[in-house]
Every structure is written in structure tokens, then in C-alpha cells.
Design a protein around this ligand. Sequence first.
Ligand code: ADP
Ligand code: MG
Length: 328
Amino acid sequence: MPLLKAEGLVRRYESRQGLFGRIAHIRALDGVSLELRKGETLGLVGESGCGKSTTGRLVLGLEPADEGHVVFGGAPMPGPTTPEWRRLRARMQMIHQDPLGALDRRLPIGAQVEEPLVIHRRGDAAARAGRVAALLEEVGLDAGHAARYPHELSGGQRQRAVIARALATGPELIVADEPISALDVSIQAQVMNVLAEAQARHGLALLFVSHDLRVVRQVSHRVAVMYLGRIVEEGEPDAVLREPAHFYTRALVSAIPHPSRRDAKRIVLKGDPPSPAARPAGCAFHPRCAAAVALCAREVPELKPRADGRKVACHLAHGDAMPVRKAA
Ligand SMILES: Nc1ncnc2c1ncn2[C@@H]1O[C@H](COP(=O)(O)OP(=O)(O)O)[C@@H](O)[C@H]1O
Ligand SMILES: [Mg+2]
């Protein structure tokens, strides 16, 4: 049984375009299903605005889904802010992009790492102090950092502290939303290693959100590619990068700088970047897809497994009778 199972998640938002503008109805998630097993890292990748963060919030129950449901540890996710949900928080945590925003500037690091232990009533003060020291050591900080304030630490050290706090109650699931994107490039790999080692050591289920396919590849057992509120391809990272099946994934992979390939094979996407307020009919990617046929403008392709285990939501990726007519 998977630790986490999300089925058919739909999330709608309303947003006003400008101060007196009309209200746009956004379908941020348009039927996202995913599973995560204990000890598994699922990388969620896609352009800005495709719904990665929304997916992360919904699987943690921080926001309710408008349609679909989340099952965690075999039970339905309780509604946000209910007592049941608050108790569950000890078992699932979130790490954000911006560690300074996630930390309280007025509190020393040690108190912040300790906070979840206090909230969930774990141990007495002495036990908690020992636990905080062990957590700081685990993420590569030392006991001396406990008395320091966030602004006294570097960006990388702050994100280490955030990871320590996320690990404090021994969670089973962590959603890491672009956890290294805001960090200096020179320290990104170190912080990612801290997270990957903690994931392996504790057998965590990790939903690792990133816009960067290369980063996702390094840490994930499986990767899911999102486009405009849907997962369009899912599979084993090396295989997906070697042989992307969806035309959107192909474009993403071709955009990765490659020393031996130069830019010769780079696929440049045509058309405007997608907006969830104006979702194209059929396959949402079809207006930008070089291979689109008439069917693609008409029917939404379901995410279906192929014989090789890859899941792809593309009418042309399943080796069925292939329609040949180009879309108008
Ligand atoms: N609270 C909100 N209110 C209105 N629109 C939102 C809200 N949160 C996200 N959106 C919109 O939903 C879409 C998906 O956003 P998000 O999940 O943040 O994407 P990503 O993390 O992949 O960049 C975007 O178009 C975004 O503007
Ligand atoms: Mg995001």
C-alpha cells in the first residue's frame, strides 16, 4: 500500500486581472493523480505556473481539493486546520524555497528546530535539547548554531536548519518545494545531499518539486512531468531523460545544456507560454506541439501506462493506430 495516494486532484482559483479587471477562473490542477511509497522520492517537474506547488499543498492537506481526494497512511486526508490534521502534521512536513521566509527572524535557530517537538509534546526540555543537537549535527550544522539567529547564518545554513526542523518529529512524508532554487549555485549540491541522505536514512517518502529536470534526475526514483495542471509523463528518471515520450518532455530535455550535443537538436516550443486561465481544448499542449494531429485538439489524452512501464498522456505515444492528419 502506498503511503500517499492522490486521485484526480482538481484545484480552481479565481484571480482578478488588474485592480478593476475581470475575474479569471483558473484551473490550477486539472486531475492530478500520484502515488508515493515509503522511502521513495518522486520528482515533480515542469515550468513555472504548471501547478507543482499547488500539488504539494494539496497532498499535505494544506488546502482542500475541489475534486479528487488524498489518502495518507491508508486514511482520507482530514480537512485543513482540523485537530486530526494538526496531529498528522508530525508525520508530514514541507520545505519551501525561501528559508529566510520559513524561519522566524526573532527566534534563535535551536528554538525553531525544537518548536515541532514542543507542539507535538515530544520529550521533556532536556530530551528535546539533545534531539535538537542531534538534528543540527545531522544536517551538517553544529550545536553552536542553536543560539544563532537566522540572519547570522548563510542561505545554505538556513536551509539546513529548515531541514532539521522538518525532520524533528520523524515525519514519513516531506514535500520539498524547490528547496535549493533560491540558494547560491555553489552550495545547491551540498544542501541537496543533506536532503537526499536524510531521505535514505529515514526511509522518507519525498515529493521533490523542481523546475529543473537535471536536479530532479539526481535525487528521484521516479519523475513526473507536469504541464498546465496535469501530469503528462511519468517514469524512471534516466529512461525519461534518455528517451522522453511526451513531446513536451522532449522539449524540456532538449533544453538541457549538453556539452557534446551543442544546441543543434534543441526543440524550441512554438506559441505562447500556457495559461491555466485559457486552457486549450483537447491536449493542453497541442498548440505548441510539432506533432499534433486533429485528435489532439479534440480529446484530452489520459495518463496511461505503456508496455515499458512509462506512463504517458499523449495520443501519439502509445503505438496505437496513429492518426496522420495534421491539426488545422
Ligand atoms: N492562491 C492562489 N490564487 C490564485 N491563483 C493561484 C493561487 N495559487 C496558485 N495559483 C495559480 O495556479 C497556477 C499554478 O500555480 P503553482 O502551483 O504555484 O505553479 P508552480 O508551482 O508549478 O509554479 C498558476 O497559474 C498560479 O498563478
Ligand atoms: Mg511553485
